[in-house]
Design a protein. Structure first.
Length: 327
């Protein structure tokens, strides 16, 4: 009887291993979105075998099987990995400065986001590194990390849809798919409710400005907050007057006279960014004549929700905008 049970267990184990090895690679239609394949013979729960295949934002194919030491070279990705139920062996300084993450004291600090220490990555025995495809300094690290035996995957998160796609990949890797619902689809429900507020309303015109210590620039609907405003039915004047993307012309703004003007800050100092906004834009006497300014619709948006990636707070970002615009 014992021999029979042992034989049955061995066969089941072999089937399980075979199933894990046969999971097809996912394909990303937009750089991050994972398409999960299926086996006609055996259906496998990824959390059981902990092997996930995907293609990153730069077209690199990966099969990740329960990484032991994970590094996130960007604070927002560090937070996203934690939201997926993962643990971190190493992070960059912005994970502390911008995200305020409470990490284990053993977590290695790799230094600045744009100049992380490869030596410390290797010393920490990192086997999976999460990087940004939009940071040139990260892209240049690919060969060095790969040659060191580190799987370096690149991601691009600019919209909630991007966030959802990466969260799906991360929760599949960690095997904690329930967090995809908690920190993903549940948030989508909040966003959908916020977007529904536009129904039956006249679409407002808006200008979205990103201010920094030496100036300010308008951003279109292809930016993170610009996409939120578009989803909420707003018409961004910078989409039509594209010259505003390069030169924040008061003349053009006066001509379009948007219903709302939103501004958020970037850089280390919010105070310096807003002071620059006053000098570069608000000092012009014509600024006070804009409808948005006269009607109290010139609004400074919090940086953590409208410049930094909101991650688990995407729902809050949409809800606040919907409340401002539609009440």
């Amino acid at each position: 009887m014992k021999k029979t049970l042992s034989l049955i267990f061995s066969v089941l184990l072999l089937i399980s291993f075979a199933a894990c090895s046969s999971i097809p690679s996912g394909q990303l239609s937009t750089g991050n979105q994972q398409t999960v394949g299926s086996s006609s013979a055996i259906k496998v729960n990824p959390s059981r075998c902990l092997a996930v295949s995907f293609t990153d934002a730069l077209g690199h194919d990966f099969t990740i099987q329960q990484p032991q030491n994970v590094a996130a070279l960007m604070g927002s990705f560090a937070e996203l990995w934690l939201l997926a139920g993962g643990e971190l062996a190493a992070v960059t300084q912005d994970a502390y400065d911008e995200r305020g993450l409470a990490l284990d004291s053993k977590t290695v600090n790799l230094g600045a986001m744009k100049s992380p220490s490869v030596e410390k990555l290797i010393e920490a025995k990192v086997d999976f590194a999460i990087l940004s495809s939009n940071i040139a300094e990260h892209v240049k690290l690919y060969d060095s990390l790969t040659n060191a035996g580190i799987k370096a995957a690149y991601f691009d998160v600019e919209t909630f849809e991007d966030y959802l796609s990466v969260l799906k990949i991360f929760t599949d890797i960690t095997g904690k798919q329930e967090l995809y619902k908690t920190n993903g689809t549940d948030i989508k429900a909040k966003i959908d409710a916020a977007i529904a507020k536009k129904n039956g309303k006249t679409p407002p015109t808006v200008l979205f400005i990103r201010a920094y210590s030496t100036g300010a620039k308008a951003k279109g609907s292809d930016s993170m907050t610009g996409k939120m405003l578009k989803d909420l039915g707003c018409i961004n004047i910078a989409d039509k007057q594209t010259s505003l993307l390069e030169n924040l012309s008061i003349e053009q703004i006066i001509k379009e006279d948007p219903d709302y003007i939103f501004v958020t800050t970037m850089g280390e100092s919010d105070e310096k960014a807003l002071e620059s906004m006053k000098k570069v834009v608000e000092a012009n006497p014509a600024w006070k004549e804009l409808s948005a300014v006269k009607n109290g619709r010139y609004i400074v948006l919090p940086k953590n929700l409208y410049h930094l990636k909101p991650n688990a707070k995407w729902g809050e970002s949409y809800e606040k905008l919907a409340e401002i615009i539609y009440g």
